[in-house]
Design a binder for this molecule. Structure first.
Ligand code: SF4
Length: 90
């Protein structure tokens, strides 16, 4: 099943560990909060499918685990995009 990743902007403190792990997948926006970089060139903190990100699953998961406040959330969804389970933080 597909995985999606999102950033909880209320939790994010702009520590940028995620950017250090994967500048392909994350950057900080003008508010100093992490956003996810999509293959189409847009950015968002909302849920993004791993397939829309120019980074490996392993590295996206590593970036999530590097966040000191667990603001990067990975969920498994069904083909319709409905959440099945939270993968990280578990
Ligand atoms: S590592 Fe966490 S707190 Fe730091 S910028 Fe990324 S999401 Fe935000």
């Amino acid at each position: 099943m597909p995985y999606t990743v999102k950033v909880d902007r209320a939790l994010c403190i702009g520590a940028a560990s995620c950017v250090a792990v994967s500048a392909n997948a994350f950057e900080l926006d003008s508010e100093g909060k992490a956003v996810i970089k999509k293959k189409d060139g847009t950015t968002t903190s909302d849920p993004v499918s791993f397939s829309e990100i120019n980074e490996s699953e392993q590295v996206i998961e590593h970036a999530a685990k590097s966040c000191p406040v667990n603001a990067i959330i990975i969920v498994e969804t069904d083909q319709q995009g409905n959440e099945i389970r939270q993968v990280y933080p578990s």
